[in-house]
Design a protein around this ligand. Structure first.
Ligand code: SAM
Ligand code: SF4
Length: 330
């Protein structure tokens, strides 16, 4: 079986598929308020998603697929897409804001979903409104508990921003005392239109210092391709982890590829070049050469962006791709 190797010796086995670019929240760090969305005919259909995903799995040995967005559960056929992906026989994940999860939970579990990543950045309802520009804390929190009660493996993603929610780290760690939850603290990353500033990044080192001032914790072993560095307070049910993209990028072990909702392939979260797989597929062409060329063009680090050092901030902001995170698919 041919493999998706790049010129830096990395083998790619993981694919993130954004199934829709719109969202029912408008998180400040992810989506500009005036974001324009794709028209329905521009989105990959359920059949097209399956065709492309199957090629990645059967031809190139991709063994992990995560469905994301935008908000994946806004697609009327979201459960059907999960069912299709499960049938491919690889590991399937879903990343959601959980605002409508209660409506889909039975269907998702029945379709074979075992784990879910849910985004939550605060336990304060007003702050939730400020960060996401919409109401919804009570619903999201209720749905996190519901997912746990139903036996799903739950990861909670929190984007930590200095002066916005860095005072809630311990509250999130506390969640792991009695719940088998995996909390992941994500350093605030720069994307088009999200008002990133290096000084707004609450760093990995600061997070560990903050948590360590109250709890002793132990390091857990990480999967070789994991983006998260995992820890546990000894004896507690859950774990916490840090995704340190800004201060300690993990590009050397990256095995991820991405597909946007309109079928464009990206070899990095920060990539500035894309390969239009969907248009080629709709013209009846073989998309394999496009996939292979896209992987070969992958930069060694951060999609070719300068490193996220404070003194490089202007360069980073200048060199960002035009896509906000909401239309890349995190
Ligand atoms: N709507 C779904 C959700 O919120 O989980 C899926 C899409 S969202 C783009 C995927 C993940 O990207 C979320 O966990 C979100 O917190 C994260 N994310 C978005 N913008 C980010 C940023 N600027 N820095 C770090 N993480 C970000
Ligand atoms: Fe929507 Fe998720 Fe982006 Fe928030 S992080 S705007 S919920 S896509």
């Amino acid at each position: 079986m041919p493999e998706l190797n790049d010129t830096h010796g990395r083998k790619h086995r993981s694919l993130r598929i954004s199934v829709v670019d719109k969202c029912d929240l408008r998180c400040t760090y992810c989506m500009p308020e005036d974001q324009h969305f794709l028209k329905r005919e521009e989105l990959m259909t359920r059949e097209e998603i399956l065709t492309i995903a199957r090629l990645f799995v059967d031809r190139y040995g991709v063994s992990k697929i995560r469905l994301t967005g935008g908000e994946p559960l806004l697609r009327p056929d979201a459960v059907g897409i999960v069912r299709d992906m499960v049938a491919l026989g690889v590991s399937i994940g879903l990343t959601t804001n959980a605002l409508t999860l209660h409506k889909h939970l039975d269907g998702l579990i029945d379709a074979g979903l075992k784990g879910i990543n849910i985004s939550l950045d605060t336990f304060d309802a007003e702050r939730f409104q400020r960060i996401t520009r919409r109401d919804g804390f009570d619903t999201v929190w209720r749905n996190i508990r519901l997912a746990l009660e139903r036996g799903l493996r739950v990861k909670v993603n929190m984007v930590v921003m200095r002066g916005v929610n860095d005072d809630e780290l311990l509250r999130f760690v506390e969640l792991t005392r009695d719940h088998p939850v995996h909390v992941r603290f994500i350093e605030f990353m720069p994307f088009a239109g999200n008002h990133w500033g290096r000084e707004r990044v609450y760093t990995y080192a600061e997070m560990l210092g903050h948590i360590g001032s109250v709890h002793s914790f132990e390091k857990l072993s990480d999967d070789p391709h994991s983006t998260a560095k995992a820890y546990r307070v000894p004896g507690w049910s859950g774990t916490f982890a840090v995704i340190s993209t800004v201060t300690e990028p993990f590009c050397g072990s990256c095995d991820r590829l991405r597909l946007t909702a309109e079928g464009k392939m990206r070899n990095c979260l920060f990539a500035r070049e894309e390969s239009d797989l969907l248009s080629a597929l709709r013209r009846g062409e073989d998309i394999a050469p496009l996939i292979e060329a896209n992987v070969l063009a992958k930069h060694a680090m951060l999609g070719g962006l300068p490193q996220f050092k404070p003194e490089k901030q202007e360069e980073v902001l200048h060199d960002l791709s035009e896509r906000p995170m909401v239309s890349i698919g995190g």
